[in-house]
Write a protein that binds this ligand. Structure first.
Ligand code: PRE
Length: 376
């Protein structure tokens, strides 16, 4: 057995050599970067990297070291790419992002669309953002709202994206991919559900409860306390309230806002029925222009990744390297492509910042179909 101090001295000597070699390698990488800028060659060369990894693996001995060498060189090349992306941005060769910074959103003479009927939570979010007097109309489906802005019959749409208890509204994530519409703002509103029924109904007469699936999910405790009640998914909370009012049956109830109960002449049978007290829904304000407020602090993007080891890790490294704080990640299956996923990521920043541009450039090159969904 040798001496620990001696071993460490030996490691120190090797590490000094590694650092020297790393810096030497990075210098060559910079020269390649300059060549690539000059000749318009893409930074990321997947084929070359694959060949390199196979070659260096072949030089190592034993499975453990081969694996280690592969990981080490993936990181070295990733570092090399980041250096080259930074050079591109510095020399203004990074290309312009197709988004225009504005001082404020244009809210004069606008029409706003929301999904659902009168009394929907989306309407509450809309009036909270645009004011009570906003010129608005409503449509049946989230997709209809997206279409309305895509074709210009509305200037903005208000759509729920996430609830603090039940999680994301998956359909709206997918619609952001299908349409060339962009998030320009968000509005968070508290969601206070009540149970409502017709004038003659009471808790003992209720048998079936209608509401949006997410609202039903937010009130699981209520159904556990009343195992004989059937939860029946419905288009949205306001439609559920309207149905109960129209059917006029004592055995029917709806979960929705007190606002909807008032609007449809229903009585509130029970308040505070959400499992979590502080339940809130985040709505996005969407438009068909690629604009962002100059003081925007949050960016949403999405991209696709093949289902193979390390792909997500590599993409996320762009955030770490550029010191960017990621606040949300979500994955959704890609239709017709089994086991491939689309990732939705929110992070802090503004599209005008160099670190953001740098990270986005790397992600754009290394992921598939990267799309900026908005800066707000
Ligand atoms: O060979 C190149 O094109 C390089 O830029 C060097 C390098 C590397 O570090 O080895 C870096 C990025 C490329 O994706 C491939 C290889």
């Amino acid at each position: 057995m040798g001496d620990l101090k001696e071993y460490r001295a030996e490691i120190d000597r090797i590490d000094r050599e590694l650092v020297r070699l790393f810096e030497e390698r990075m210098e060559v990488s910079e020269q390649i970067g300059a060549y690539k800028i000059e000749n318009g060659v893409k930074v990321f060369d997947k084929t070359r990297e694959r060949q390199k990894l196979d070659e260096v693996k072949g030089l190592a001995h034993g499975a453990f070291n081969q694996h280690g060498v592969e990981e080490l060189f993936s990181q070295l090349m990733s570092m090399s790419r980041k250096k080259q992306y930074a050079m591109l941005e510095k020399r203004g060769a990074g290309g312009r992002l197709p988004f225009i910074g504005v001082d404020r959103l244009d809210t004069d003479h606008i029409r706003v669309v929301f999904q659902g009927v009168e009394g929907a939570y989306s309407q509450a979010a809309m009036t909270a953002f645009f004011g009570e007097d906003v010129n608005s109309f409503h449509v049946a489906r989230f997709r209809d709202a997206m279409e309305a802005i895509a074709e210009g019959s509305a200037d903005y749409a208000v759509l729920p994206i996430e609830n603090s208890t039940a999680g994301i509204v998956a359909d709206n994530f997918d619609l952001l991919v299908d349409f060339e519409n962009y998030i320009v703002a968000e509005q968070i509103i508290p969601v206070e559900h009540v149970l409502m029924g017709i004038k003659d109904a009471d808790l003992s007469s209720v048998r079936i409860v209608y509401s949006h699936p997410q609202a039903l999910a937010q009130c699981e405790g209520l159904f556990q306390a009343h195992p004989d009640w059937k939860a029946e998914p419905f288009g949205n909370t306001a439609l559920a309230a309207r149905k109960v009012a129209q059917d006029g049956r004592k055995d029917e109830a709806a979960i929705g806002s007190a606002f909807a109960a008032r609007r449809f002449g229903l009585q509130v049978l029970k308040t505070h029925i959400s499992d979590e007290e502080a339940n809130a829904t985040r709505f996005m304000i969407v438009t068909n222009q690629r604009i962002f407020r100059k003081d925007a602090r949050k960016i949403s993007i999405c991209f696709e990744l093949p289902h193979s080891s390390g792909t997500l890790y590599n993409i996320l490294s762009h955030f770490i390297f550029n010191n960017i704080n990621m606040t949300h990640i979500e994955s959704r299956p890609i239709p017709q492509r089994s086991w491939e996923y689309r990732f939705f990521i929110d992070f802090e920043g503004n599209l005008a910042e160099p670190s953001v541009k740098n990270a986005l450039r790397g992600i754009r090159e290394e992921a598939i179909n990267m799309k900026i969904l908005g800066n707000y």
